[in-house]
Design a protein around this ligand. Structure first.
Ligand SMILES: Cc1cc2nc3c(=O)[nH]c(=O)nc-3n(C[C@H](O)[C@H](O)[C@H](O)COP(=O)(O)OP(=O)(O)OC[C@H]3O[C@@H](n4cnc5c(N)ncnc54)[C@H](O)[C@@H]3O)c2cc1C
Ligand SMILES: *[C@@H]1O[C@H](CO)[C@@H](O)[C@H](O)[C@H]1NC(C)=O
Ligand SMILES: *[C@@H]1O[C@H](CO)[C@@H](O)[C@H](O)[C@H]1NC(C)=O
Ligand SMILES: *[C@@H]1O[C@H](CO)[C@@H](O)[C@H](O)[C@H]1NC(C)=O
Ligand SMILES: *[C@@H]1O[C@H](CO)[C@@H](O)[C@H](O)[C@H]1NC(C)=O
Ligand SMILES: *[C@@H]1O[C@H](CO)[C@@H](O)[C@H](O)[C@H]1NC(C)=O
Ligand SMILES: *[C@@H]1O[C@H](CO)[C@@H](O)[C@H](O)[C@H]1NC(C)=O
Length: 499
């Protein structure tokens, strides 16, 4: 993955405050360094645990050949392992739910693959206001557990997605207009640091680390427990409302109407176009109410006749299972992120239109290179983030993402899923070119924003410059304070790096 280099930060970071992280001396000694102290949690090639864990990724593009798998049974064992790896100057990768579809972001050739599978905490505090979640979990597990108490949490909208990577990226969730990003609802992190110590990061302890983990990803340590606010949730009214191609313009106008005036914070929408032999437009609608359907604010969408609809009262747990079934794992998958911003309906519709038209104009080039039978799905979706959402973030203390509540953001994502690794480079190149074309066009129209949501980003994209210079610099400072030897930048090469 291409990572923003120190040079690209010129002007942000004074040259003297930063020495470039040095390259590791050894790439393969990690497995032997862990064998003596941690042999019971270490699995070599050929073992059944290795085979299971090395295959346990969302997209085939992520599959690699680690030297061994380290599956710690506790935070203490993980801490001991990190300490040993740092001493041995040995490379490693960390995998949570394995949904970051970028080769090398959560996996490694020859080095140690650390998996979170056995860090399985899942419990409510006494008054049920906080749920503690270990990084083994997927949101589906969390929702199923919480639903028994008529509760939920601000996590992934699809059940199979992993907890740790999502919360470390930000966390776009159904309750965003009420609570902000998923990370904004985290009140405490338990973190293993580079020196092998285990610390808590919260509002009163390691405050700077607490802030940095809200969007700063894997640059500071490995999180072994997230303590999150719960949300009361008996049932919600939610589903997908799908309309045919003839209504695309009306559908996109509905998306702009909603985004430009999100006056009902109980709502969440994900409008998407799904090109194919018959192109469809489909919107996920979510309303946090167990007694009210078809709220007024959704009318621009629900007035369009549906070819299919799953809208109904249901639990969040059932809904995340439903949305989870809309995607297929074990194939090849890429996401790309981008953002337009504006303040009016007109600006937001223009942004949507430019993205739509550029994307569809480029599609024939992709179809020319890949047989239709090998394209599983193509999607273009938009995530509106308005004032209520950002104010909810601010009221909880804020995060590192650097969004400005006087703007409305429409984060778009391009998704391509295909069958056959022979097409990996074709898809990657097509998406990179298409994304540059979209962003050059939105830039020309004065609607471009450099924010790329990490959860949707591709390997060629950079993330932290989009948080703004000040936040980026703060993240670098926190990384240097808690990890002075830059272990998480050098020995753990995968993922998005602040420097
Ligand atoms: C089908 C699908 C649906 C999605 N839906 C949503 C959604 O609704 N909302 C949203 O916000 N995003 C969504 N995403 C994006 C998602 O947030 C990211 O893919 C995220 O990385 C998933 O977390 P994970 O634990 O599965 O990731 P992983 O791939 O396991 O990890 C991602 C990164 O975090 C690092 N990491 C993992 N665990 C830890 C840890 N404990 N401590 C430190 N670093 C760690 C890894 O090394 C890697 O660099 C979706 C993605 C997919 C594929
Ligand atoms: C560790 O996780 C794996 C995979 O989920 C599971 O099969 C195994 O039983 C777990 N081991 C322990 C000791 O919890
Ligand atoms: C914050 O960390 C301190 C120090 O470990 C701990 O005593 C306190 O309970 C933590 N606060 C929260 C909200 O978890
Ligand atoms: C729906 O539920 C909410 C919250 O419990 C309540 O305030 C409201 O009066 C209810 N509305 C109807 C129409 O029953
Ligand atoms: C979006 O693109 C489709 C396919 O090219 C086109 O039919 C439609 O008119 C476009 N709508 C807008 C608002 O850009
Ligand atoms: C295309 O997909 C089919 C299955 O639909 C698969 O058998 C084939 O190997 C794929 N082609 C390539 C070149 O990978
Ligand atoms: C505009 O396009 C060029 C190359 O085609 C690319 O390098 C540049 O990053 C693009 N601009 C944006 C904002 O993406």
């Amino acid at each position: 993955m291409r990572v923003p280099s120190v040079l690209s930060l010129a002007g942000v970071v004074a040259a003297s405050s930063l020495s470039a992280p040095t390259a590791p001396a050894s790439h393969v000694s990690g497995c032997s360094a862990l064998r003596a102290p941690l042999g019971n949690a270490l699995f070599s090639r050929g073992s059944s645990v290795y085979k299971y864990e090395a295959a346990n990724f969302w997209s085939n593009t992520e599959l690699m050949t680690p030297g061994c798998v380290f599956r710690p049974q506790s935070s203490e064992q993980l801490a001991e392992g990190i300490h040993a790896l740092a001493n041995a100057n040995a490379e490693f990768a960390v995998r949570g739910g394995g949904h970051m579809g970028i080769r090398g972001s959560n996996n490694i050739n020859d080095g140690v693959l650390i998996v979170m599978s056995n860090l399985t905490t899942l419990e409510l505090n006494e008054d049920h206001s906080i749920v503690s979640i270990g990084p083994s979990h997927r949101w589906g597990d969390v929702y199923a557990y919480l639903q028994k108490f008529d509760l939920s949490a601000a996590g992934g909208r699809l059940g199979p997605v992993g907890v740790p990577g999502l919360l470390l990226a930000g966390g776009v969730n159904f309750y965003g207009n009420q609570v902000g990003f998923g990370c904004d609802t985290v009140v405490n992190y338990e973190v293993v640091l580079a020196d092998g110590s285990i610390v808590q990061a919260n509002k009163t302890s390691n405050q700077d680390l607490f802030w940095a983990l809200k969007g700063g990803s894997s640059n500071f340590g490995i999180v072994t427990r997230f303590d999150l606010e719960t949300v009361k949730s008996r049932k919600v009214w939610a589903g997908s409302h799908t309309v045919s191609a003839q209504y695309i313009d009306q559908f996109l106008a509905a998306a702009a109407t909603y985004a430009s005036n999100i006056y009902d914070p109980k709502t969440h929408v994900v409008p998407a176009l799904v090109p194919g032999e018959t192109t469809l437009a489909s919107v996920i609608l979510f309303y946090d109410s167990d007694n009210t359907s078809y709220p007024e604010i959704f009318k621009p969408f629900t007035d369009i006749p549906a070819v299919s609809s799953t809208l109904d009262f249901k639990t969040v747990s059932d809904f995340a299972t439903e949305t989870g079934a809309m995607v297929v794992d074990g194939i090849n998958d890429v996401f790309v992120a981008g953002t337009v911003k504006g303040t009016t309906y007109k600006e937001l519709l223009q942004g949507i239109t430019i993205i739509n038209q550029t994307f569809f104009n480029e599609l024939p080039k992709l179809y020319k290179q890949i047989p239709t039978a090998n394209i599983s799905t193509i999607q273009l979706d938009w995530q509106p983030i308005g004032a209520d959402w950002m104010k909810a973030s601010e009221s909880r203390g804020g995060n590192a993402l650097g969004l400005d509540s006087s703007q409305i953001y429409l984060c778009y994502a391009e998704v391509v899923e295909w069958i056959g690794s022979a097409y990996d480079d074709i898809v990657a190149n097509w998406l990179e070119e298409t994304t540059y074309k979209i962003n050059n066009a939105t830039q020309k129209a004065g609607l471009y924003d450099a924010f790329n949501y990490m959860g949707d980003a591709a390997g060629f994209q950079s993330i932290f410059p989009g948080y703004g210079e000040e936040n980026h610099q703060k993240l670098v400072n926190v990384a240097q304070k808690y990890d002075p030897n830059a272990i998480f930048q050098t020995l753990m090469p995968g993922g998005f790096k602040v420097y």
